[in-house]
Design a binder for this molecule. Structure first.
Ligand code: NAP
Ligand code: F7E
Length: 340
C-alpha cells in the first residue's frame, strides 16, 4: 500500500510588505516638514513628527490631515530642550533623522540672534550628540541654506565649493551647524548629510516670507479685502524652487550610498519685483497701483543675489527641478484665491 501522503504545513503567505523604516522629523509642522511627512508615509515609514507645544490655534494646519494616520506619531519635543531630543532618539533609535526644525526667518534673526543660534546651531549639536550616544546607525539630514553664502563679492552661481560668508545671524547659525555636521561625519563616522537648499516655496509657505505675503495680498486685493501691499527691497534676486520637489531631493540625499553635501537649486534667479509683477498680472492688475515701500522691511544686511548651481545633485542622484518660476507664482496665487 502506498504510504499515506505526508501532510505538509500550509505555506506561510509571502510577506507582501516590508517592515517600514522609522524616521524622526523635526519641523514637521512647517512647510517642508509637512511635505516630507507625506512623502515618507507614502513609502511606508513610521514617522515621528516633532512638535512644540504652542498656545495658538492652527499650528498643525499643514499636517492636520496626517494626525489620524496610524503610522504618524506626534511627539512633543523641542530643539531648545536637549533632554527631550535625547530621550526621543534613545527611545525610537530611528533609521533616519531629518532636522528641518529652525528659526527660519532671516530678518527676524536680526531681532533674536541668540535664540536663532540656540535653536539652529545648538539644536543641531543636541541632535547629533543624541545620535552619537544612543543610535549611531541613524542617518542624519541637516537643512542647510543658501543664506550661508551671500557675500556680494563672490560671483554666482554658488556651488558646494563656493566660499561661505553669511550676512545674517540666521546664515551664521546655519553655517555653524553645517560645520558640526562635517565634524560628526568625519570625526565619528556618522552618516551625517546635508543639502544646501536655495529658496523654495509652495502654498504652504509661511505668511511672512515674501512670496506667500505677495500671493496672499494679491488674492485679498482681487477680492476687495485689502488695498495695499507693503514691501521692502524689491531689487534682491532669489533662486526660487518648488518645495515638494526640493523635499524629494532631501529624501534622495538621505538615500545616497554615502553622506555628502549637495546644493539644491533651480539655476534661475528673479527679482522680488518680477515676482510681484507676475503675481498681479496673473489676476489682471498692475502692481504699481498697489505696492508701497516701507523701510522697516529692510534688513541690516541683505543678500543681494542668490543663484545656485545644482550640477552635482543632478549628475550624482539624477535630481532636477521641473516647476518653472511663472508656474510657482501662479499656483501660489490661485491657491490663495481659492482658499481665502
Ligand atoms: P518653516 O515653515 O518656517 O518651519 C520651521 C519648522 O521648525 C516649524 O515646524 C517650527 O515649528 C519648527 N521649529 C522652530 N523652532 C523649533 C524648535 N526650537 N524645536 C523644534 N522645532 C522648531 O521652515 P521651512 O521653510 O519648512 O524650512 C525647513 C528647514 O529648511 C528650516 O530649517 C529652514 O531653515 C531650512 N531652509 C528653508 C529654505 C526655504 O526656502 N524654505 C531654504 C533653505 C533652508 P512651529 O510650527 O511650532 O513654529
Ligand atoms: O525674503 C525681500 C527680502 O523672507 C526674500 C528662508 O526660507 O530662504 C528664505 O530666506 C527676499 C529678501 O526669504 C519683503 O529682503 C522684500 O531679499 O522670503 P524671504 P529669505 O530671506 O531669502 C532662505 C534660503 C532660507 O534658508 C530661509 O529659511 O525678499 N523682501 N520685501 C521681503 N521679505 C520679506 N520676508 N517680507 C517683505 O515684506
Amino acid at each position: 500500500m502506498a504510504a499515506a501522503k505526508k501532510k505538509t504545513a500550509p505555506k506561510k503567505p509571502a510577506r507582501t510588505t516590508q517592515k517600514g523604516k522609522t524616521a524622526i522629523i523635526t519641523g514637521v509642522t512647517g512647510q517642508d516638514g509637512s511635505y516630507l511627512a507625506e512623502l515618507l508615509l507614502g513609502k511606508g515609514y513610521q514617522v515621528y513628527g516633532v512638535m512644540r507645544r504652542v498656545s495658538s490655534f492652527g499650528s498643525t494646519g499643514r499636517i492636520d490631515h496626517l494626525l489620524d494616520n496610524p503610522n504618524f506619531h506626534k511627539v512633543y519635543a523641542d530643539l531648545d530642550d536637549g533632554p527631550s531630543i535625547d530621550a526621543l532618539v534613545a527611545k525610537v533609535k530611528p533609521d533616519e533623522f531629518y532636522n528641518l526644525g529652525a528659526m527660519s526667518h532671516v530678518r527676524v534673526s536680526f531681532e533674536v540672534p541668540r535664540y536663532t543660534i540656540a535653536t539652529n546651531t545648538l539644536g543641531v549639536l543636541t541632535a547629533l550628540e543624541a545620535i552619537r550616544q544612543h543610535s549611531p546607525h541613524t542617518k542624519f539630514y541637516q537643512a542647510s541654506s543658501s543664506e550661508m553664502f551671500g557675500d556680494p563679492g563672490v560671483p554666482v552661481p554658488f556651488n558646494e565649493k563656493t566660499p561661505m560668508i553669511p550676512q545674517s545671524p540666521y546664515g551664521v547659525s546655519k553655517l555653524a551647524s553645517y560645520h558640526l555636521v562635517q565634524q560628526y561625519k568625519n570625526g565619528y563616522g556618522l552618516f551625517a548629510t546635508t543639502g544646501i537648499l536655495f529658496n523654495h516655496e509652495s502654498p504652504r509657505r509661511g505668511e511672512n516670507f515674501v512670496t506667500k505675503k505677495i500671493s496672499l495680498a494679491v488674492a485679498r486685493i482681487k477680492k476687495g479685502l485689502q488695498d495695499k501691499l507693503e514691501l521692502g527691497n524689491l531689487d534682491a534676486k532669489r533662486d526660487w524652487g518648488w518645495s515638494p520637489e526640493f523635499v524629494e531631493a532631501i529624501y534622495q540625499i538621505m538615500q545616497h550610498d554615502k553622506p555628502d553635501t549637495f546644493v539644491v537649486a533651480t539655476g534661475e534667479t528673479h527679482t522680488i519685483r518680477e515676482f510681484v509683477e507676475e503675481a498681479f498680472k496673473h489676476v489682471g492688475l498692475n502692481w504699481k497701483d498697489y505696492v508701497t515701500f516701507h523701510e522697516k522691511l529692510l534688513r541690516p544686511n541683505e543678500v543681494p543675489k542668490l543663484l545656485g548651481d545644482a550640477t552635482k545633485i543632478r549628475k550624482t542622484l539624477g535630481w532636477k527641478p521641473a516647476k518653472k518660476f511663472k508656474d510657482i507664482v501662479r499656483e501660489m496665487v490661485d491657491h490663495d484665491l481659492q482658499n481665502l
